[in-house]
Design a protein around this ligand. Structure first.
Ligand code: SF4
Length: 65
């Protein structure tokens, strides 16, 4: 049983997954699934701030889409 990502509440891209249906699959795969593989989670776990547009799979989100 997978746990939700502990960074969900403060993650700036997480709300976008609800707004953009094309990204919703990422929420299922990473935020509520295997968050340890999330590119944002990995960077944040090293004490760094991930770029605002970085998606869990390493792609970058288009702003204003
Ligand atoms: S995008 Fe990554 S860091 Fe953000 S809530 Fe989802 S799994 Fe966690």
């Amino acid at each position: 049983m997978s746990k939700p990502c502990p960074k969900m509440e403060r993650c700036p891209v997480f709300p976008e997954f609800r707004n953009q249906s094309a990204l919703r699959v990422l929420q299922t795969l990473y935020c509520e699934g295997d968050f340890g593989r999330c590119a944002r989670f990995k960077i944040a776990s090293q004490g760094e701030v991930p770029p605002i547009t970085l998606l869990p799979d390493g792609r970058h989100m288009k702003q204003g889409a």
